[in-house]
Design a protein around this ligand. Structure first.
Ligand code: HEM
Length: 144
């Protein structure tokens, strides 16, 4: 096999792996975000979320896949938090999202704080998507 063909095959394999990883990552983003929204709406309506076991376990599985695929993408791209600004911003925003989400669904006692935290968590989630798509921490500054 010629060197050019070997190089082409290696590039094609990397692209394929990358697009599979991205598909897994983006799918878990959509499922994870939808689950958070659903549980937030249940909380707003004052209805107890259904108590089935799978409903407690499933979001953790999805969030683990989300994190693992994110880390795998970081490795594939060879771009890293604390080196590349957009990934640093994404990581800090992820911490904020987890904190706000847990206040909204579990930790806060007052209804008002839960509503505020949930709203902010959704806002931060949208920010993370914006940063991911544009690879810019202050992406809205480029809008005209
Ligand atoms: C709530 C959490 C997260 C959300 C909403 C999110 C969202 C997204 C979206 C929508 C994309 C696709 C962007 C595009 O190609 O247009 C993406 C890609 C990516 N994400 Fe995440 N992500 C999250 C967590 C993470 C974490 C924890 C990491 C790293 C540890 C990470 C690393 C990456 C990387 C490296 C890419 C590839 C970007 C590219 O190829 O341009 N993500 N993310």
């Amino acid at each position: 096999m010629s060197l050019a063909l070997m190089r082409w095959r290696a590039t094609a394999t990397t692209c394929y792996k990358m697009s599979m990883l991205k598909l897994i990552h983006v799918s878990s983003v959509v499922i994870s975000g939808s689950f958070f929204l659903l549980r937030f709406v249940w909380m707003l309506r004052g209805s107890d979320s259904p108590q089935q076991r799978w409903l407690k376990i499933f979001p953790h599985i999805i969030d683990t896949i989300l994190l693992a695929s994110g880390i795998a993408l970081v490795v594939q791209l060879a771009q890293y938090p604390f080196v590349d600004n957009w990934l640093t911003a994404k990581l800090f925003a992820l911490f904020a999202y987890i904190l706000l989400g847990s206040l909204a669904l579990k930790r806060a006692h007052r209804y008002g704080i839960r509503v505020l935290s949930g709203g902010l968590a959704l806002f931060v989630f949208a920010y993370i998507v914006g940063v991911a798509v544009t690879r810019m921490p202050l992406f809205w500054l480029t809008w005209n």
